[in-house]
Ligand binder design. Sequence first.
Ligand SMILES: CC(C)(COP(=O)(O)OP(=O)(O)OC[C@H]1O[C@@H](n2cnc3c(N)ncnc32)[C@H](O)[C@@H]1OP(=O)(O)O)[C@@H](O)C(=O)NCCC(=O)NCCS
Length: 219
Amino acid sequence: MENTTLRETQSMTNLQAVIARTETTTSDWKQALPVLTGSMVTLRELRISDATSLLAMLSSAEVARFISPPPTTVEGFERFIAWTHRERAAGNYACFAVVPHGMDTAVGIFQVRQLEPGFGTAEWGFALGSAFWGTGMFMDGARMVIDFAFETIQTHRLEARAAILNGRGNGALRKIGAMQEGILRKSFLRNGEYLDQALWTILDEDWKQQRVIWGARIH
Ligand SMILES: CC(C)(COP(=O)(O)OP(=O)(O)OC[C@H]1O[C@@H](n2cnc3c(N)ncnc32)[C@H](O)[C@@H]1OP(=O)(O)O)[C@@H](O)C(=O)NCCC(=O)NCCS
């Protein structure tokens, strides 16, 4: 009886510790995003000083073709970066800079925004300077952002939308293991034309399963 009580007390203490840990990790990102280090890139909070590099990387025609129009000036990017900090502090959104190892400034971004209060469902998006396409940096950064979404923000469903005409965007989502759920007809207005988009999703349980498979391949 005494042992049972002790065990119960112990498991309560463990439970409280888990809850406390979870609360700390889930709220910490609102103060400042964690620095995530991969094999090719580091993901970190955007800095105002990234504005020049991001303008050069993201406003080229090939990058901007299928995404919401990025700012067109350094000042515009500075305002965007300040906005990302405010939205992160409010707990609505997180935007990571992609910084290749050996470099200091951002060559792209990964964003995650809540689609409902509390981040139960979230949407992610990404863009890299075209010089970095096909290098493996997308996969390296994407794995860390998806881990962040499921483990830190505790999203359970991560959505992405990609214009059907965006071969690389759809190819990248398929490769990371997202599932195409359907087509959102004429859902994206770009250059005065409504484009169809594919809706891609990853569920927390799918991701855990995939991690086990990757883990098994690595070891
Ligand atoms: C989306 C983006 C971040 C992906 O990064 P990336 O380095 O190009 O991605 P990867 O090369 O790792 O993967 C793309 C995959 O699509 C494949 N692909 C390329 N063109 C394709 C096409 N026309 N049709 C189908 N698949 C295509 C590639 O072969 C690659 O697969 P593989 O590695 O198995 O060969 C990058 O292309 C980008 O910034 N694009 C502009 C912004 C954008 O469109 N963002 C996405 C909005 S959903």
